[in-house]
Design a protein around this ligand. Sequence first.
Ligand code: FAD
Ligand code: MLT
Ligand code: ZN
Length: 502
Amino acid sequence: MLRSLAQSLRCAGWRQLSLSHVRRVSEVPLTAEHYNVTRGDYAKVSELDLQEFTSILGSEGVITDPHDVGPYNVDWLRIVRGQSSVVLRPRTTGQVSKILSHCNQRRLAVVPQGGNTGLVGGSNPVFDEIVLSTSLMNQVISLDETAGILVCQSGCVLEQLDGMLAEKGLMMPLDLGAKGSCQIGGNVSTNAGGLRLLRYGSLRGNVLGVEAVLADGTVMDCLSTMRKDNTGYDLKQLFVGGEGTLGVITALSILTPPKPRSVNVAYMGCNDFEQVKRVYTTAKRMLGEVLSAVEFLDSHCQRVVEQYCHLPNPISPSPFYALVETSGSNDEHDKEKLNSFLEYIMDEGIIQDGTVATDLTKVKGLWEQRERIAEALLLDGVVYKYDVSLPLSVYYNLVEIIRERVKDVARCTVGYGHVGDGNLHLNVVGDTHSTDLLNLIEPFLFDWTASHKGSISAEHGLGFKKAQYIYHSKSSIAVDFMKNIKKLFDSNNILNPYKTLP
Ligand code: FAD
Ligand code: MLT
Ligand code: ZN
């Protein structure tokens, strides 16, 4: 198990880290017991089923050795653990169709899994659901360099796609800390946001087409490669953010913008969150079309990143830090804009200290301060992770309120996130899995978010952990329609049960 954990950590860029602090897989409580879930009325995988899967995939596509199946049962955060005994690894849409058709007839439950970097327990079984891994579906199908449109299978790893596109002067329209492991199908299924949504918009706008296999094996071909297509309802959007509950995405087409020639990053220290907000509003006004990211972290994040990732603070200690990135095509012009912005915010006393990176290595170095918070927190203890969107007027208040509520039980409470998108990551770290700690946070945090008209899931989705809280962000009429759509697409409820819908 430890070997597999080490592998998955390496994939997410954890190369230099000691693993001694992270929980072993066997220490993660079983989801079914810990959350007291009742198993649905599904069949159990039989010897005959395994023979059928082997005839579809060959023996290399069917994993049953418990040692090899283990990592697929556990999430990246080491919070949920399922009890599956079978992982299927198809290579083609046809194979996915045959697998699902068989599972539907036999009423066998299935969990689609991409890179398994999801943060809400959506990609892991709860009981003995079959894991359908897309890891071998990693072929690029076509690239239209003129239009900037990529068509690929869903198991392509985000960073590998981005590397391939860079050679053509293009890039993926999203970027996130898990890029080394997460797959584009997983990104689309969670409608992942990430670090550059501010500039390139959400996947809902960037994904042009989706090919998905429905629960009964039907192949739904919505793989358009046109930017404009107004023929009927836009069914592909149901799979974007569908969290594997409506179908398995097997291929997709996506816009790939030109790779910017010039990228600069400013990393700044602020005295309070009001100043972070002023950095953001000033950046929007003064940097305009070259602004590509505005992120923030508090001093507690900086401390864990320094402690666990051994990244020294690049500036003098401050209660808050803001990261602003510009991306453009004219280096001189972009630098000039960034310099006037920095001069202005320094003169106005909006920031107390700052540093700027203009070469790639230094740019990456500054980004690490922000991108590696999630992994540093994981090394600190058991992480209770929240991902809300809130109006900026009350954005950081939630961190202060929760910090006060849990102060006697938690190791630390931190706030960071995509401030430019109104998306707050609030994480509470505890020593162990603690129901007392969880009860101090939930449902209070969701009630508070809903009362301020925020969303309880800005980007990670509902998955297993947040499914029952959907009513905090959606009306019961909307949820009833969602349930009807689910029935229409998956009448036996075999696809990712216990997830997304209550
Ligand atoms: P998985 O974790 O394998 O699956 C996620 C969900 O999608 C599951 O419900 C699964 O059933 C479903 N699924 C996966 N593949 C398919 C498919 N082909 N068809 C149908 N359903 C499928 N998320 C953000 O939004 N923004 C961030 O900035 C961000 N940063 C992260 C940083 C780190 C260090 C980590 C660990 C995670 C981060 N995440 C972030 C969360 C996560 O990486 C994203 O949600 C990512 O998009 C998941 O991709 P994956 O391939 O790992 O999917
Ligand atoms: C991030 O923005 O870093 C990710 O969404 C992961 C996290 O929330 O920790
Ligand atoms: Zn995020």
